[in-house]
Design a protein around this ligand. Structure first.
Ligand SMILES: Cc1cc2nc3c(=O)[nH]c(=O)nc-3n(C[C@H](O)[C@H](O)[C@H](O)COP(=O)(O)OP(=O)(O)OC[C@H]3O[C@@H](n4cnc5c(N)ncnc54)[C@H](O)[C@@H]3O)c2cc1C
Length: 300
């Protein structure tokens, strides 16, 4: 199982994708996975799930195809927003029968308006990701290894109460999650502080927490993502990057250099691996992994 590849010092890499909208884009994604990312020996590849089920069929199809056509381990994201127990149970069953063994259990973000036919955002029994962790284990005892999300700078809804947010993370783990993947962030200290807080709130210290890495390759996009996720976009970073605001290639090079430094700091501080938000592109991720491998072989 995956947990073995997330032991301290494992230096595992994992890659996250979103399900493409067209058949052509799906083929291109599979090619990218097989030809460009497979050689990096990822511990897993994960496929996001549009909250409210907007990508349900595509997410399920892609993870099933990864099982059938590759030797990679897929992690299927699943969210509770706008879903009830019957629907979540059907999806869990389908993932099980496709041979998927890993789920990232999430709550998802509520939509701005309720879609037609829906009357509530959260089923009262599925208000939080922890409820999904419990359902997965009830529904398919012993089958799935479950991961959950961690928020190094606190989830935006926790409004700065980092302790409470970490307590909720510890509760998700104690409810049956085997590993944590974090929201992206730009300063390593946020990751280490989250780890300490969660352990203080009862999370077993050996729980693997994979830091989420989002290399900056597009200035406007990363600022928007940071605003949505609650990640602080530090002034020093903005200052460095804005020098290249009109030069996409120089900006991407600098983004890769800064992300490499962040990754090195995280691995040196004991992070068991790195989880890359690839946005379905590989150049930045591949370059960072190459930089890390080169610096590792210099040290080793
Ligand atoms: C690695 C990663 C992958 C993601 N993938 C997806 C995806 O595929 N699709 C998607 O739609 N979204 C995805 N998201 C976004 C995620 O769904 C949002 O951040 C969402 O708002 C919170 O999800 P969660 O699972 O952390 O929720 P929760 O753990 O339920 O936390 C949400 C808020 O509720 C609080 N809370 C938790 N438990 C309790 C409790 N028992 N009582 C009171 N308050 C509580 C928390 O402190 C937090 O403020 C991802 C996020 C990460 C970090």
């Amino acid at each position: 199982m995956l947990k073995d590849r997330m032991k301290p010092g494992a230096r595992s890499y994992s890659f996250e994708f979103f399900p493409p909208r067209t058949d052509e884009a799906e083929e291109a994604l599979f090619q990218l996975i097989a030809e460009e990312l497979r050689p990096l020996d990822p511990s897993f590849v994960s496929v996001t799930y549009g909250a409210g089920g907007s990508t349900r069929d595509r997410t399920l199809r892609i993870v099933a195809r990864i099982v059938r056509e590759t030797d990679l381990i897929p992690v299927a994201h699943l969210t509770t927003v706008l879903a009830d127990e019957a629907e979540l149970s059907r999806i869990i069953d389908e993932l099980k029968s496709s041979g998927v063994r890993h789920i990232l259990a999430l709550r998802g973000d509520p939509p701005a308006t309720l879609p037609e036919g829906k009357t509530t955002i959260h089923d009262p029994n599925f208000q939080h990701a922890r409820d999904l962790v419990e359902l997965i284990h009830r529904r398919a005892p012993g089958h799935f290894s479950v991961g959950v999300a961690g928020h190094p700078e606190g989830h935006p809804e926790s409004k700065g109460d980092l302790e409470l947010d970490a307590k909720h993370l510890a509760e998700k783990v104690l409810a049956g999650a085997d590993f944590v993947v974090t929201q992206f962030f730009f300063e390593a200290r946020h990751y280490f502080a989250l780890r300490e807080r969660a352990i203080r709130h009862g999370m077993p210290p050996d729980t693997p927490i994979l830091p989420g890495i989002m290399p900056v390759t597009n200035f406007a996009q990363i600022k928007r993502f940071a605003e949505l996720s609650g990640a602080e976009f530090p002034a020093w970073l903005e200052e460095k990057l804005s020098v290249h605001a009109d030069d996409p290639s120089a900006l991407a090079d600098l983004g890769i250099e800064l992300a490499t430094k962040l990754c090195e700091e995280l691995l040196q501080g004991g992070a068991p691996g790195l989880h890359f938000y690839t946005l379905n592109k590989s150049p930045a991720t591949r370059q960072i992994v190459a930089n890390l491998d080169a610096s590792q072989s210099r040290i080793g």
